[in-house]
Design a protein around this ligand. Structure first.
Ligand code: KE4
Length: 428
């Protein structure tokens, strides 16, 4: 693969953008080398600035679940844009997408739209604190809820990649109110609750972790959290920025059969435009300004173009449930194919999957939390990543990320991916 133009563009970008990127994980720091610049994308494929076609397994980190440049979304945005791009006033389309999400997602009566998953999670925690009158929160090492201060405490995703889980700039005053538990370990949560009696507003987690690579909840974990929250008057917050509308219409709540008190969204809900959201039963949501005392706001929240993209995306997902069964079958096919190939070689590996979220961890230990994810052979992952890239397969440029399938992927694309894996691992 030739990357001359990407390299030149990266050089220019670094002169005016820190690290040449607007989000750290894109910079390839976790895998080495220089980032690929995309010129366009369509269906299952990315087309980079050097004319290489790449089979895409990041789907813009989740949103492109139906494939890139999905026509109904594109048309919706074009048509909406002709009527203006932003008004700072309420519009009917915000009600339309709110009604649709409330009908798709279990346990929510009302929803507030914002502009990113970070904003959704930040606002959800403020709402939980305002509703309960308590200040501390429990998060899990390796889970990532965006880059607001309360969450950059042993966060996953890019924060781990950069080895600065506790980011400079986060004050001790903030950090002291964020308690850290171990994913899939209920005892670690019970201990924190006993040590901080009546001080904990909420427990926030990714119900299926994607920011340590993919790590599903073990049997009983979510049920145990639900009971601990009920027993101790703590709100359970599901960060469904990744899983929302990806695992099912009703996300992880539907698939795993557990209802949270507050749910956050991002990625798919915006159809590729900047949208986040948080939702809960009316009793909680009515604590939000202008009805209640918990303040939260945004100039571009509910932006008509973003709402149009999200509504077109969610309408398709809601109307054609076969997308989810198709994604499940394709991801299972990929899982089976990768397993068949990797088992031929001596490299230790384990594959985690739930729905269309999947990760290959190069480890001989089961990967159930951040500590076990960190035991993976990161050097091997780097070589694997670049090998697959040279075969025209674009994986997430970090071992601490989930792969995301999109429904535009064909079985030929999956077979190409499996064959590429075989060819690459053979040489490593
Ligand atoms: P954003 O602010 O990036 O829209 O959402 C933050 C967020 C919140 N919760 C979960 C579970 C998330 O996965 C994310 C963002 N995910 C990363 C990928 N692991 C976004 C990619 C990036 O940081 O560039």
């Amino acid at each position: 693969m030739i990357y001359k133009r990407s390299s030149a563009l990266f050089r220019d970008a670094q002169k005016v953008i820190p690290g040449g990127v607007n989000s750290p994980v894109r910079a390839f720091k976790a895998v080495g080398g220089e980032p690929v610049f995309v010129e366009r994308a369509e269906g299952a494929y990315l087309y980079d600035e050097d004319g290489n076609r790449l089979v895409d397994y990041i789907a813009s980190w989740g949103p492109m679940i139906l494939g890139h440049a999905y026509k109904p979304v594109i048309d919706a945005v074009i048509n909406k844009a002709k009527k203006g791009t932003s008004f700072g006033m309420p519009t009917e389309i915000e009600t339309k997408i709110a009604e649709l999400t409330v009908s798709m997602v279990p346990g929510i009566d009302k929803i507030r739209f914002v502009n990113s998953g970070t904003e959704a999670c930040m606002s959800a925690v403020r709402l939980a604190r305002g509703f309960t009158g308590k200040e501390k929160i429990i998060k899990f090492a390796g889970c990532y809820h965006g880059h607001s201060d309360s969450f950059l405490i042993e966060a996953g995703s890019g924060a781990v990649t950069f080895g600065v889980p506790n980011s400079p700039g986060v004050t001790q005053g903030t950090a002291k109110d964020t308690l850290l538990a171990k994913y899939n370990d209920l005892d670690s949560v019970s201990e924190l609750i006993s040590e901080n009696k009546d001080e904990i507003a909420c427990i926030i987690l990714e119900p299926v972790a994607g920011n340590m690579g993919c790590i599903p909840p073990v049997e009983g974990f979510l049920q145990g959290l639900r009971k601990l929250c009920d027993d101790h008057d703590i709100l359970l917050v599901f960060d469904e920025v990744m899983t929302g509308f990806r695992l099912a219409r009703g996300g992880a709540q539907e698939v795993l059969g557990i209802e949270a008190d507050i749910v956050t969204f991002g990625k798919v809900i915006g159809g590729g435009l900047p949208v986040g959201a948080f939702a809960a039963r009316e009793e909680i949501m009515n604590h939000l300004a202008p009805l209640g005392p918990v303040y939260q706001a945004g100039t571009l929240s509910g932006n008509p173009l973003a709402m149009a993209a999200g509504l077109a995306m969610l309408t398709k997902l809601n109307d054609s449930g076969e997308v989810y069964s198709s994604l499940e079958e394709k991801t299972a096919y990929l899982h089976k194919g990768l397993d068949a190939v990797l088992s031929k070689y001596s490299i230790p590996y384990t594959i985690n999957r739930l729905g269309s979220m999947i990760s290959v961890h190069f480890s001989d230990e089961p990967v159930v939390d951040f500590a076990s994810a960190a035991l993976g052979n990161n050097d091997y992952f780097k070589a694997f990543f670049h090998g697959m890239l040279s075969e025209g397969v674009y994986l997430p440029p970090s071992a601490f990320e989930s792969w995301f399938l999109n429904d535009a992927l064909s079985y030929e694309d999956l077979d190409h991916t499996i064959a590429a894996c075989d060819g690459v691992v053979k040489t490593l």
